[in-house]
Design a binder for this molecule. Structure first.
Ligand code: CDT
Length: 308
């Protein structure tokens, strides 16, 4: 039986002017608090080291590249890796990755408790748009600044637990969870930056946004009999509100812990991973119950084709 105390380290706002050192110091504060409370692993948000820069239109690629990391760990993040290793705590966090080949990804890494990177994921479902959109209340230019991830949905055995990663918009797609579920995942970590309002529909406010996030995380957990940690970067970033609502969900789909603020905030859940077995061997025993002969459209067709 494997138990781990999982901590979600929600981050409050990071302003454009905040540098990485300042953010990493905040991440280390949360790490220290988590370790003092017995955490074995800390989950941080998507693009944890900077403001959510895809909201800004930047025609100059040199400026865009200032938001990216060319190596990991690097000078700014090394103190986080070292502190995590000293505290014997695994971590996962997101950042913008610029590869030696010049490719840009929205990336997440996971370490073991010795501070070694054991897994990397590059965001597959990129929301938003490529060109400046005058019809939106604000921009969301992930499709401009990132390539779709090229690594697929993978899992790693970390401290005895089968773990997978996804990033933000991925949580809204059942395909994400199923690809991980088919590999026996027991913990899915998902960092996010979700604006509190819809840039294309002003009536869709915070309650609906929080509901859709939780609905997706709970459904993904239940339907794949896995724990899920969905962790926000929240708060008012240079006038732009990001929602909080970080949660840790159990394999029955119940919320074990939920953030109450839009600031730096730690949530904790004592996760007994043996609880994944019941769902995986009964109602969601994929081997016995899935009917793949009828699922061909899932991988052969992208958009809706009206046949009636
Ligand atoms: N970061 C991220 O993926 N945010 C999206 C916002 C969608 S609106 C363009 C999300 O799904 O939360």
């Amino acid at each position: 039986m494997t138990r781990m105390m999982i901590a979600g380290a929600q981050l409050g706002a990071i302003q454009k002017a905040d540098n990485r050192d300042k953010v990493v110091a905040r991440m280390i504060d949360l790490l220290n608090e988590a370790a003092a409370k017995g955490a074995d692993m800390v989950v941080y948000p998507e693009l944890a080291l900077t403001t959510f820069f895809p909201r800004w239109y930047m025609p100059d690629q040199a400026e865009v590249d200032t938001w990216f990391e060319t190596e990991m760990p690097n000078h700014a993040t090394m103190p986080l890796f070292e502190r995590a290793r000293d505290l014997n705590v695994a971590v996962t966090f997101g950042y913008a990755e610029l590869t030696p080949e010049g490719l840009h990804y929205n990336t997440s890494i996971m370490t073991n408790r010795r501070g070694e990177i054991i897994g990397k994921y590059r965001k597959i479902h990129l929301p938003g748009h490529v060109e400046y959109d005058t019809t939106r209340a604000f921009q969301h230019m992930e499709k401009r600044y990132f390539l779709p991830g090229d690594l697929g949905f993978n899992v790693w055995r970390n401290e005895g637990v089968v773990m997978g990663m996804a990033i933000c918009n991925d949580r809204r797609w059942p395909e994400t969870f199923r690809c991980l579920g088919l590999q026996g995942v027991e913990l899915v970590t998902i960092g996010y930056n979700t604006p509190s309002v819809n840039s294309q529909m002003s009536v869709e406010g915070l309650p609906q946004r929080l509901f859709h996030s939780e609905l997706s995380l709970q459904a993904g957990a239940y339907q794949n009999a896995t724990f899920v940690a969905g962790i926000a970067k929240a708060g008012l970033e240079d006038g732009h509100p990001l929602m909080g609502g970080s949660v840790i969900v159990d394999p029955d789909g119940f919320v074990l812990a939920r953030a109450e603020t839009e600031e730096d905030e730690l949530i904790l859940a004592d996760c007994d991973f043996s609880k994944c077995a019941f769902g995986k061997t009964t109602i969601f025993d994929f081997e016995r119950h899935r009917r793949i002969e009828h699922y061909g459209r899932i991988t052969s067709q992208t958009g809706v084709i009206l046949e009636v």
